[in-house]
Design a binder for this molecule. Sequence first.
Ligand SMILES: [Zn+2]
Length: 423
Amino acid sequence: MTLGACATLPSGQDSLDAIAGDYVLLQLTIGEKEAGYIDAYYGDSAVMERAKTEAPTQTLPQLAQRVAALESRTAPFIEDGAAETSMDERRARFLAAQLAAARTRLRMMQGENLPFVDEAQGLFGVKPELVELATLDAVVARIDSLVPGEGPLWQRLDTFQSRFDIPADRLKPVMDAAIAECRRRTAAHIALPEGERFELALVTDKPWGGYNYYQGDARSKIEINTDLPVRLDRAIDLGCHEGYPGHHVHNALLERELAGRRGWTEYSVYPLYSPQSFIAEGSANYGIELAFPGDEALAFNRDVLAPIAGISADGLDRYVELGKLTPQLRAAQYAIAARFLAGEIGEPEAAELLQRYTLASPQRATQSLRFIKSYRSYIINYGLGLDMVRADVEGTGSDPATRWRRMEQLLSEPTLPSDLKVR
Ligand SMILES: [Zn+2]
């Protein structure tokens, strides 16, 4: 007998704590059906054992029914149109949004191929707008003017940027210095959980560039993929994104504030394909700008990281300027991914378009496609998530302390994409 087969309690006797308990078991059980579905879990190991035992007895449609049943139980705790949103209300809304994502993911696991935009909306709670690639021509032209010369633009860009490849034997000390600085800048504004720490490992043969495996107890394992050379500006990016104030801090704050202080067990499990990832990736990317505003990334790369890497700082200002322009091409990635995942274009054409509109080298375009094949509409979380978190945080004004306070709030309270404000 499993939970899903039980009748639900009348709502008068039900509680968010009870729903949360069933939610954790259900998410872990779904996680047994798909590698990578659960990004992190640090709750009771007995619940994990139970999920492992029960999963073989559960079909995907049965799991989908259990999700629907939990959604029905959560609905009475949400007051539509409430002017003041209490923390309990936000808790209920978060659970409902995470369950809607689980429902969508289960449809996909049963073989449904949703249109890109519907998939993104279903999993992450945000509907991306797909651009016409030609609208990005102006950005491409601006980049073109910064790397003049012969040959295709991606090649000129790649040749120029490869000057800043961190030599493999310097990568560890460069990353250590970058992460230490990201941590120092974050700790100046956010009281980090006591004893928080991480391990850094350099790995190969992964579809991603970096990954934070949150272990619980304020510990993370940060992995950096070295299949392709890691470039200088990526050190700060990865340090902030995976570490401070990005994923490591986000998870540690959720653990301390929500799973810990409030005893909200649903935060002990992090299902990857959920609105939580939109907030996680968006805030991790915005954390780079927050920790290194204006020219501070340029200065730190020039004065500290380039010497450790043994790289000449010649042309670094142009390199950093290019680094600010290329993210504007992220929208191209969504449009290309949407067509590729719908089967409208094949792999060679998708790779060709990625080269032309994201200015990736053939190798990096192949790596992008590998990511798109694995994670699909997840890619919107990086660019669209960044745009929405930035708009919210910077909407508080230009005072850095206020911005950091808002960031800490986003990272430590139940936050959905719909909570992000365009002020
Ligand atoms: Zn990330």
